[in-house]
Design a protein around this ligand. Structure first.
Ligand SMILES: *[C@@H]1O[C@H](CO)[C@@H](O)[C@H](O)[C@H]1NC(C)=O
Length: 369
């Protein structure tokens, strides 16, 4: 019996990781035309998926009458009514469990957390009830649920409201973990998450909600969807690979511009997906550049950078010409004071210096902020 359970579970993971909607995506989209904020990207993705599938519904604190704490659900209550846009009490443990139960019975809930810091109240439901049900029911019960909301630091909200949970959820088998950067990511990945048969953790960033990005006609099409498990090379280069996700992709791209002035061509990989991790894209890039810098806002110990470093050491060690550089948040609870908060988070200059170290260029000492 155990063997049967194991093999069916393993088969599912393999199927989901390899046979995601590849045909729909993996193309590079031209970036002329319109601009859209990440907030609009998320809002339109929710709207279109709710219109396409009556099983999809949204629940969370202030998602209805108030239109969302960050206005991601703007207009949806008016359009779909209170049965499909459900205002919940302030009780994450309760409504997270309610959502998971609804998913067991075939609905497709999108559960909004006002911040992923508050999801700690419902983490047993996320990990034990949602993440393990498919395996423990021998694939008889799918859990098509999305948990979404802002993750990581915003600005000046203190230690208990500033943590990045990418590494926490990235460690859990049974979950898929996405982290969009641009409006294209927000739209394409949220649609993929809602359509996926498994529980998906969808890590947004409060600072990015208001940022505008160019979007092509393909991205604006209602059928647009990105594959889960595929990273995007945002910028090509052959001197050093920089991996990043969420807001840090923007920092890595700015660092790459600075590095280019000193004739260091950095390749910037937007991970998009934390689990499953696109090891093959990282692999290919490191084989070309022979140098790697990982960037994340979260804590350094047992982080995403640690996993990527281990993966590269296991798979393409002989291609590395320099030690892997890890840029992460400081190993302290997030300070409230703005000057200390800045010091606790990775800055563009940190990425530039790490890339130069990897390329054996001389690096001036960091200036105190
Ligand atoms: C990474 O590259 C190595 C060496 O070419 C190869 O053995 C391994 O299968 C690759 N892994 C992935 C996930 O592509």
């Amino acid at each position: 019996m155990l063997r049967i359970l194991n093999s069916s579970a393993a088969g599912r993971v393999f199927k989901n990781q390899v046979l995601m909607p590849v045909g729909l995506a993996c193309r590079s989209y031209s970036s002329e035309a319109k601009k859209m904020t990440v907030r609009e990207g998320l809002n339109t993705a929710l709207d279109e998926e709710m219109a396409a599938d009556p099983k999809v519904f949204l629940m969370g604190e202030e998602v209805g009458e108030y239109q969302g704490a960050y206005k991601i659900s703007k207009g949806l209550l008016q359009k779909y009514g209170p049965e499909r846009v459900v205002d919940t009490p302030i009780t994450e443990a309760g409504f997270t469990g309610l959502g998971v139960g609804a998913a067991f019975y075939g609905l497709k809930p999108v559960v909004e957390f006002m911040t992923f810091n508050f999801a700690m109240q419902g983490i047993d439901q996320i990990i034990n009830s949602a993440g393990k049900q498919c395996y423990m029911s021998a694939s008889q019960i799918n859990v098509p649920i999305v948990f979404r909301g802002p993750n990581g630091a915003a600005a000046g909200v203190g230690a208990q409201h500033s943590q990045c949970y990418a590494a926490w959820y990235g460690q859990v088998t049974g979950l898929k973990v996405l982290a969009p950067y641009s409006s294209e990511d927000a739209r394409g990945l949220l649609k993929a998450a809602i359509r996926d048969p498994d529980p998906v953790i969808f890590l947004e960033n409060e600072i990015l909600y208001g940022e505008s990005f160019p979007v092509s006609a393909e991205v604006l099409d209602a059928s647009f969807c990105l594959p889960i498990g595929k990273a995007k090379v945002e910028r090509e280069g052959d001197d050093v690979t920089i991996t990043a996700f969420s807001k840090m992709v923007g920092f890595a791209l700015k660092a790459a511009e600075i590095l280019e002035k000193e004739e260091i061509r950095a390749e910037v990989i937007n991970l998009r997906c934390i689990r499953p991790l696109d090891r093959s894209t990282i692999n290919t890039s490191v084989k070309k550049t022979n140098r790697l810098v990982t960037v994340e806002e979260g804590f350094p110990q047992h982080g995403i950078g640690a996993e990527i470093c281990a993966s590269v050491v296991e798979e393409v060690f002989e291609y590395l010409d320099a030690p892997v550089e890890r840029i992460a948040g400081a190993d302290v609870p997030m300070p409230y004071a703005p000057n200390l908060e800045r010091l606790a988070l990775p800055q563009i200059d940190d990425i530039v210096r790490a890339a130069k170290r990897a390329c054996y260029r001389s690096v001036p000492l960091a200036k105190a902020a």
